[in-house]
Design a protein around this ligand. Sequence first.
Ligand SMILES: [Zn+2]
Ligand SMILES: [Zn+2]
Length: 272
Amino acid sequence: MTGSSADLHIHTSYSDGLYPPAETVRMAKDVNLKAMAITDHDTVAGLKEGKLAGRKLGIEVISGVELSCELDGNEIHMLGYFAPGNETELEERLEWYQAKREERVFEIIDRLNQAGIILNIAEVRRFSTGKSIGRLHVAKALMAQGTARSVHEVFSRFLGPDGVAYVPKAKLSIQEAVEFIHEHQGVGVLAHPGMYRIENAAERTLEYLDGIEVWYPEHSPSFEDHLYALALKNRLMPTGGSDYHGVGRNEIGCVRIPYSIVTRLLEVAVGV
Ligand SMILES: [Zn+2]
Ligand SMILES: [Zn+2]
């Protein structure tokens, strides 16, 4: 499928992606996508730049976000896709959430300092090109100062549940996330149901969802079949995307869905 397909799950440097929005949009255009969604973690601050680039290059950039939520103590991600035009209001509403993330980083730094590891907020900020700041930026700072050699080591020794500087995330419930998305003319889609520690994430959250991310690089074909049937049976929209971050793993456009799904998604978002 070329020229009439979409990748609805893409990150930029405004969250934990490697490339700025304009660069990311250009790459999507280069692999001949008709539409793409920017779905940064807990921020829509990259949309403006992305949409501008999209208009110049002739590729449709859908407003999206990936919200971190919690289900029974496990992290679950909800994708929101929005009707165009309300990015500014959306961003304002998401800022309280970013403030919470920053608070968490300060707390992590406090705990690291207490454990004898000297790190300050400026060192962490150096690794954040966008607006949001989180644990990955702390990890990069620790690696840069030679305290740890890999992200894995950082999480097992410091930031993970068994680490000395573990601070649980302040998270939304699935219900709160979907309410937030609906309040802003959006549709709520459960991201990558196959990627959680919790089993049957889709089955357990069906009542709140507008859609399920069926097509995803790490989903097996049989799991995708299962999710697709589940979506149809419950009148939910099936979506898909690469979860592109720009590093190592999935390439942009490696998952493509028909453009007709995008049309439907936006119709539902504006209440057609
Ligand atoms: Zn995710
Ligand atoms: Zn993602």
